[in-house]
Write a protein that binds this ligand. Structure first.
Ligand code: NAI
Length: 338
C-alpha cells in the first residue's frame, strides 16, 4: 500500500489525465496572480467550472493558503499551488489556458496607463515563461493597461518564435458585463436578456459601447446614449473611487474573467457559435490590435467580426478611441523592442 501522499498523487494524476485518455472533457487552466483581489475569486469560479480538470494557482505570495482553501471544494478540478518564479515552470507545463490577473491595480486618481511601469515588466516575465513552457496555450490577459499589455505579450511571443495571434486574447468582458447591466437598468429588464457589443480597447474613451447594436434592439434618446456611454467608459473608475484606495474591481472582474475563460474552454471543446468581445490582433481597423466580437473555437480566436454599421455618435467615438489606442499599442511594442 503506497503512503497516503503517494496515493493522493496517483489519484490526482489519474484524474488530471482523463482528457488525454478520452474521458470526460477537462482542460488544464493556470491562473497567474492567483492570490490577488481578482485571482482568488477567479480561482473559486474556475474550480466550479466542470470543464476544468486541473487548476494551477501561481503567485509570488500566499498561494499555499489560497490553494489549500480552494482545494477543499468538492468539485472535479484538481488544484495545485505554485509560489514564486522558481515554480513558474511547473505551474505552466501542460496548460491549455493561462489567465493573467497579476499586477498592481489602480488607486483613486490613477489611469490604467499609470500602472504601465510595474505591470509591463510582470506581464513580460510571465509571457516569457508561457513561451517556454506552454507555447500552445490560449492566453487571457487581464493585467492593465490591457491596451498595452496585450501588445507586450505579442512581442514577447514573437521574439520567442511562438506567437500565434489566435491564442492571445485581452479580457474586455467586464466592459460588456457593465454595459449589459447599465443598459438593462435603463430598459427595466433582466441584464441576462441584454447583449451590448463593446469594441475598441479597455481604458476610458477606447471603451466604445455600440448601443445602436444592442440586442434586443432599442432606440435610445441622445440623453440616454450620453449617460450610458459615459457610465460604461467610467465603470472602472466608479469602483476605484468607491473602494477609496483599496483597489479596483475584483469581484465583478473575476465574474467577467470566469465567463470569458468558460467561453474559451467551450470553444476549445469544439462548441459552435461561441462569440465574445475581446482585444485581439485584428484587421478590423488600421490598428494592429482592436477589441471586437470574436468567434472562439478549437484554435482560439478563429474569426474576428467587423464592427457593423455605426451611427454618427459611434463613428466620432471610434476616431477618438483609435487615436488613444494607437499610442497605447505603440507604448507596449516599444517596451519590448527598445
Ligand atoms: P491585486 O494587487 O489584488 O492582485 C495582484 C496579484 O498579482 C497579487 O497577488 C500579486 O502578488 C500578484 N503578482 C504581482 N507580481 C506577480 C508576478 N510577477 N507573478 C505572479 N503574480 C504576481 O490586484 P487585482 O485587483 O487582482 O488586479 C490585478 C490586475 O488586473 C491589475 O493590473 C488591474 O488593473 C487589472 N484589472 C483588469 C481589469 C480588466 O477588465 N481587464 C479589471 C480590473 C482590474
Amino acid at each position: 500500500q503506497p503512503p497516503s501522499s503517494q496515493m493522493e498523487e496517483i489519484s490526482l494524476l489519474r484524474r488530471s489525465n482523463c482528457r488525454s485518455k478520452g474521458g470526460a472533457p477537462g482542460f488544464k487552466v493556470a491562473i497567474l496572480g492567483a492570490a490577488g483581489g481578482i485571482g482568488q475569486p477567479l480561482a473559486l469560479l474556475m474550480k466550479m467550472n466542470p470543464l476544468v480538470s486541473v487548476l494551477h494557482l501561481y503567485d509570488v505570495v500566499n498561494t499555499p493558503g489560497v490553494t489549500a482553501d480552494i482545494s477543499h471544494m468538492d468539485t472535479g478540478a484538481v488544484v495545485r499551488g505554485f509560489l514564486g518564479q522558481p515554480q513558474l515552470e511547473s505551474a505552466l507545463i501542460g496548460m491549455d489556458l493561462v489567465i493573467i490577473p497579476a499586477g498592481v491595480p489602480r488607486k483613486p486618481g490613477m489611469t490604467r496607463d499609470d500602472l504601465f511601469n510595474i505591470n509591463a515588466g510582470i506581464v513580460r516575465t510571465l509571457c516569457e515563461g508561457i513561451a517556454k513552457w506552454c507555447p500552445n496555450a490560449i492566453v487571457n490577459v487581464i493585467s492593465n493597461p490591457v491596451n498595452s499589455t496585450v501588445p507586450i505579450a505579442a512581442e514577447v511571443f514573437k521574439q520567442a518564435g511562438t506567437y500565434d495571434p489566435k491564442h492571445l486574447l485581452g479580457v474586455t468582458t467586464l466592459d460588456v458585463v457593465r454595459a449589459n447591466t447599465f443598459v438593462a437598468e435603463v430598459l427595466g429588464i433582466n441584464p441576462r436578456e441584454v447583449s451590448v457589443p463593446v469594441v475598441g480597447g479597455h481604458a476610458g474613451v477606447t471603451i466604445l459601447p455600440l448601443l445602436s447594436q444592442v440586442n434586443p434592439p432599442y432606440s435610445f434618446t441622445t440623453e440616454e446614449i450620453r449617460y450610458l456611454t459615459d457610465r460604461i467608459q467610467n465603470g472602472g473608475t466608479e469602483v476605484v473611487e468607491a473602494k477609496a484606495g483599496a483597489g479596483s474591481a475584483t469581484l465583478s472582474m473575476a465574474y467577467a474573467a470566469a465567463k470569458f475563460a468558460d467561453a474559451c474552454l467551450r470553444g476549445l471543446r469544439g462548441d459552435a457559435g461561441i462569440v465574445e468581445c475581446s482585444f485581439v490582433a485584428s484587421q478590423v481597423t488600421e490598428l494592429p490590435f482592436f477589441a471586437s466580437k470574436v468567434r472562439l473555437g478549437r484554435s482560439g480566436a478563429e474569426e474576428i467580426f467587423p464592427l457593423g454599421p455605426l451611427n454618427e455618435f459611434e463613428r466620432a467615438g471610434l476616431e477618438k478611441a483609435k487615436k488613444e489606442l494607437a499610442g497605447s499599442i505603440q507604448k507596449g511594442v516599444s517596451f519590448i523592442r527598445k
